[in-house]
Design a binder for this molecule. Structure first.
Ligand code: NAD
Length: 249
């Protein structure tokens, strides 16, 4: 029987590339996003490759909407084998003391609470069904400290913490949970951030040993490897994919 994956933030960037990469392996996809346009676009692209796909609109910072996307997926596909817990936003790029409280609440709400709610409801289904595999999206900012991303960095270090601790509790129940920590990767999110902060783009590329940004397809390849059975004994790990960026810090 075909496997099923939920992908949050599936309407763009890393989420969309991963949906298409998994679809190439015949995996059905529940695309979750706040953007209807992006979500539906991914659904069409997945279906063109063969597998079934549905779009479920949700704001991941709202627990009820998270529960709804989990319920709808089980209703439609019968189970959840894989979960790419990926939806996230960056931030304004301001220094921390210039950041307003609304921005802090928004980033924590989506990146941190949204990821925790997803784990809470998806892992419940997986454990009940004998296991499953999860990849959470951290970031270089979840591994090292950097300027102008204090709140974002707090949420991404949080992703690393939830990844490790979930394994401590539920690996025995068949759950594998890993995180990817991409460096700056060419997606719409990063383009918007660098358009607002042009000097940051140049310095980002200069600071990467491979002297270029990553691509969404490179990250999708890693996520697909971690999610599927090829990575059976990798658990609780945080895999950096950043052209050497964090290794030089
Ligand atoms: P993106 O903006 O291209 O895609 C993010 C998707 O998440 C969008 O479709 C957006 O509509 C959706 N989204 C935003 N808020 C949401 C919400 N409240 N509920 C549901 N969906 C929501 O960005 P991306 O670069 O693909 O980012 C994906 C993840 O990767 C994020 O967690 C981000 O922090 C992380 N990340 C990105 C980079 C990078 O350089 N691109 C590096 C490290 C980590």
């Amino acid at each position: 029987m075909a496997k099923t994956a939920i992908i949050t933030g599936g309407g763009s960037g890393l989420g969309q590339s991963t949906a298409l990469r998994l679809a190439q392996e015949g995996i059905n996809i529940a695309v979750v996003d706040i953007s209807e346009k992006g979500g539906n676009e991914t659904v069409e692209k997945v279906k063109a490759l063969g597998p079934d796909a549905i779009f479920i609109r949700a704001d991941v910072s709202k627990a009820q909407e998270v529960k709804n996307y989990v319920d709808k997926t089980v209703e439609h596909f019968g189970s959840i084998d894989y979960f790419f817990n990926n939806a996230g936003i960056s931030g304004s790029g301001k220094q921390f003391l210039d950041t307003d409280i609304e921005e802090i609440e928004q980033i924590v709400g989506i990146n941190m609470l949204g990821a925790l709610y997803g784990l809470r409801y998806v892992a419940e289904v997986m454990v009940k069904n004998g296991g499953g595999s999860i990849v959470n999206t951290a970031s270089s900012a979840g591994v090292i400290g950097q300027e102008t991303v204090v709140t974002y960095s707090a949420t991404k270090h949080g992703i690393v913490g939830m990844t490790k601790s979930l394994v401590a509790e539920y690996a025995k129940d068949g759950l594998r949970v890993n995180a990817v920590a991409p460096g700056p990767t060419e997606t719409p999110m990063v383009k918007a951030y660098f358009d607002a902060n042009p000097k940051m783009k140049q310095s980002a590329e200069e600071g990467i040993p491979q002297k270029r940004l990553g691509t969404a397809d490179e990250v999708a390849e890693l996520v697909a490897f971690l999610l599927t059975s090829k990575a059976q004994y990798i658990n609780g790990d945080v895999i950096r994919i950043d052209g050497g960026f964090t290794s030089t810090k």
